[in-house]
Design a protein around this ligand. Structure first.
Ligand SMILES: [Zn+2]
Length: 103
């Protein structure tokens, strides 16, 4: 069971290859983050979240449509955003620890 990121409505979907592959009355939204974000920028992964159709229509003037060719790589990892941030925090804490040891 997944929820709309805007209103919290529960949405039903179909799981395909370990992830929500089809959603009823809602959109599957993805982002790879970007360099300027202070919370997410990852080249080999993405964040997936959900927006119900009602909220998509209500917020349509804030949503950009972009058309491009795409080729989705096979899913190899999936985490919650919270888990991913925790892993990054641990990674940087270990880097700092190792740098301090080297001094
Ligand atoms: Zn909604």
């Amino acid at each position: 069971m997944v929820k709309c990121i805007s209103c919290g409505k529960e949405l039903k979907g179909e799981i395909c290859e370990g992830r929500v592959g089809m959603l009823y009355d809602g959109l599957i939204c993805e982002t790879r983050g970007n360099y300027g974000s202070t919370v997410f920028d990852l080249e080999d992964g993405l964040l997936q979240f959900y927006l119900c159709d009602k909220c998509a229509v209500a917020k349509g003037d804030q949503i950009e449509y972009q058309r491009f060719e795409r080729q989705r790589p096979k899913l190899i990892e999936k985490w919650s955003f919270t888990e991913q941030r925790k892993k990054e925090d641990e990674f940087y804490a270990n880097q700092k620890k190792n740098a301090d040891k080297a001094k």
